[in-house]
Design a protein around this ligand. Structure first.
Ligand SMILES: [Zn+2]
Length: 71
């Protein structure tokens, strides 16, 4: 039994996202990443925003994974 080689596949229409729509999300996630980078990399000791060692302990493994100096 021969199969027909002329099968058609429907290509879904891709609508591009405009830069105006994307910009607020890019800014939001950029700021969020900077805050996370701050907490992983610099939240410790005299410059810490949140007192104590709680945040440092939560991000301690991530700090070592990213290569920030710790101890
Ligand atoms: Zn450490």
């Amino acid at each position: 039994m021969a199969q027909s080689a002329a099968t058609t596949t429907a290509v879904p229409a891709i609508t591009p996202i405009s830069l105006r729509t994307l910009a607020p999300w890019a800014a939001f996630f950029g700021i969020l990443m900077l805050v996370l980078l701050y907490f992983a990399g610099a939240e410790q000791g005299a410059i810490s925003v949140i007192a104590g060692e709680g945040v440092h302990e939560w991000v301690h493994d991530g700090r070592h994974l990213l290569g920030f100096p710790c101890h």
